[in-house]
Design a protein. Structure first.
Length: 362
């Protein structure tokens, strides 16, 4: 059926949505229209990101993730990073509103808050943010209360979030299951000798960590330093070794295998069958980093425009935003693994590297 650009994109409907609470854009200042428009744009970007996160979750939730699916996942991860990166730039437009201009219409927002963005909460849930890691808004679970209607009833935002809380697995859970199945030295978790293969890799890897770290220690110890300073340096490197040993020896054997798989993929990334999966891990960190930057840019925008006032929704404002930027880590093992990666010459020799080559059909 023939159509026009304005009908396909629904331009006229879209341009009628910037009228604020009264629906009359003519009664608003340019500053208020900027504020409304940019936040609407954020919600549209969030919508796109959520679609891609759901797609990724569904890919990694499969019992077998084919190489072709990895390529699709990488395209999706790249799109999320681009979406969030562009969204981050929009804070500069909000910063064109100075303090006095914003205060002219800020009272209209009470008790609304950016925290009530259901789609931001959906992204956190879908990615896999754990309940215990949330920065508090009162008692346990109180963050959902902020999504209720003004009369205390259920709102569209609360319904959206409640549905998403039951939409499992999360992306992190799906990726963890995929990592758990990752062959380590050619061995999968269903193989009878898998525990021995994983133990062997972990043991050799930790030996390499100790050798490398102690070698660095010897290089860093300057004979001209006083002995207390030398002791402090020794203690830092001892703690780094102990940290690696503890990280690879969690109480949960499943978590141990996941962490070993992360180090394995990162360490031998040049092997053909590992290049794509390793890139997935890197892109997951990049997605989370882009989301952390979004939180940080939000905090700096708020501090620049209104300082450290109490938020319109009653939160601590900038302090709350800063706390989320520090505390919210979803793919914790992917971040932690960076501490323990080794330079290629220090890596244990991989005896069965050919297992990870592409093979022609038989």
């Amino acid at each position: 059926m023939p159509t026009t650009y304005w009908d396909y994109v629904r331009v006229e409907e879209l341009l009628r949505l910037q009228g604020g609470l009264d629906g009359d854009e003519r009664a608003l200042s340019n500053h208020e229209v900027v504020f409304i428009t940019v936040h609407q744009v954020f919600e549209l970007w969030f919508k796109l990101a959520i679609r891609e996160i759901v797609f990724l979750r569904d890919v990694f939730a499969r019992s077998v993730v084919e190489e072709t699916a990895i390529a699709s996942a990488l395209r999706s991860l790249d799109r999320i990073v681009r979406v969030l990166s562009v969204a981050n730039q929009h804070w500069t437009v909000v910063e064109s509103i100075n303090t006095r201009d914003y205060l002219e219409f800020r009272d209209k927002l009470f008790p609304a808050s950016g925290f009530q963005s259901a789609q931001m909460r959906e992204m956190e849930i879908l990615l896999g943010l754990e309940e215990g890691d949330r920065v508090g808004l009162g008692g346990e679970g109180q963050w959902k209360e902020a999504l209720r209607s003004l009369d205390g009833g259920e709102s569209p935002a609360l319904r959206r979030v409640e549905l998403r809380l039951h939409d499992r697995p999360t992306l992190r859970e799906a990726v963890d299951a995929w990592l758990f199945r990752t062959p380590i030295r050619g061995s999968g978790p269903a193989d009878p000798a898998d525990a021995e293969a994983v133990d062997g890799f972990v043991r050799e890897y930790l030996d390499a960590v100790r050798r490398t770290t102690l070698g660095l220690l010897e290089q860093r110890l300057d004979a001209r330093l006083p002995e207390p300073a030398r002791d402090a340096i020794r203690e830092r490197y001892r703690k780094e070794i102990a940290s690696a040993e503890a990280w690879l020896a969690p109480d949960d054997p499943r978590r141990r295998r996941i962490r070993a798989a992360i180090l394995f993929l990162e360490s031998y990334r040049e092997l053909p069958l590992l290049a794509g999966p390793r890139r997935v891990l890197d892109q997951l960190v990049e997605v989370e980093q882009a989301l952390l930057v979004f939180r940080q840019r939000h905090a700096r925008m708020v501090e620049r425009v209104i300082g450290r006032r109490v938020g319109t929704g009653g939160s601590t404002g900038v302090q709350y935003l800063d706390e989320t930027a520090i505390a919210y880590r979803i793919f914790k093992d992917l971040w932690a693994a960076r501490t323990y990666l080794l330079p290629p010459p220090a890596l244990p020799r991989l005896p069965d590297a050919a297992f990870y080559d592409f093979r022609p059909p038989a």
